[in-house]
Design a protein around this ligand. Structure first.
Ligand code: ZN
Length: 199
């Protein structure tokens, strides 16, 4: 497993350019002071770590996701998926929580939790059509076909990313941790349903 590596200068430059774009969008959006301040602090921390935060519109994706964390040998990237236009932040608070969660996946990767076994489980999940089906469409079709061990790896990573998100926003003295906790619980409940994990 690749451990935490210092981002090279190219990755840093790309991440800083992305940060400037995201800050302009943030300035144009109608966020509360606390949400904007926390969002800005996350962007700064991610750019320092060489993580490029990009944005795209949901069009073309089978099911709108809030965000994605991806990495390869050369770059780490968080993609924010927005409902309508790639430059338009629909809700600063929702997106703050998404960004904090994806930053949690980044930290989890840094700490070495993205093992081969986890990445295999993630690959299997991403190739399972049930993983992206609307959760309320057909109760019989919610479950994905992962085995129990793989389902547990996916669920533990999701819970860990939310825990890191909570830790980070708490460290920033973000005042709406109660709302973050509700978002975290909604998201994890959906994963439990899809993955067939008991509460
Ligand atoms: Zn996640």
């Amino acid at each position: 497993m690749p451990g935490p590596v210092a981002p090279d200068s190219t990755a840093r430059a790309t991440a800083e350019a992305c940060r400037s774009e995201r800050e302009r969008e943030l300035d144009a959006a109608n966020g509360s002071a606390a949400d904007v301040a926390a969002y800005r602090a996350l962007l700064e921390a991610l750019a320092t770590d060489g993580v490029a935060v990009v944005a795209r519109a949901a069009g073309g994706l089978p099911q709108p996701l809030g965000g994605m964390f991806e990495r390869d040998e050369r770059a780490t990237r968080i993609t924010l998926v927005r409902p309508l236009r790639s430059w338009d932040i629909d809700s600063v608070r929702d997106e703050l929580f998404t960004l904090a969660h994806e930053a949690g996946h980044f930290r989890s990767w840094q700490e070495g939790w993205h093992t081969e076994a986890y990445l295999d489980a993630l690959d299997a999940l991403n190739h399972d059509p049930a993983a992206r089906a609307p959760i309320d469409a057909d109760p019989g079709a919610k479950r994905v076909a992962l085995g129990a061990a793989q389902a547990t790896l996916i669920y533990e990573e999701e819970a860990r990313a939310w825990q890191f998100a909570t830790d980070q926003l708490r460290a920033l003295r973000y005042p709406r941790l109660d709302e973050l906790a509700r978002r975290r619980e909604r998201s994890l409940a959906e994963y439990r349903l899809r993955l067939g994990i008991a509460e």
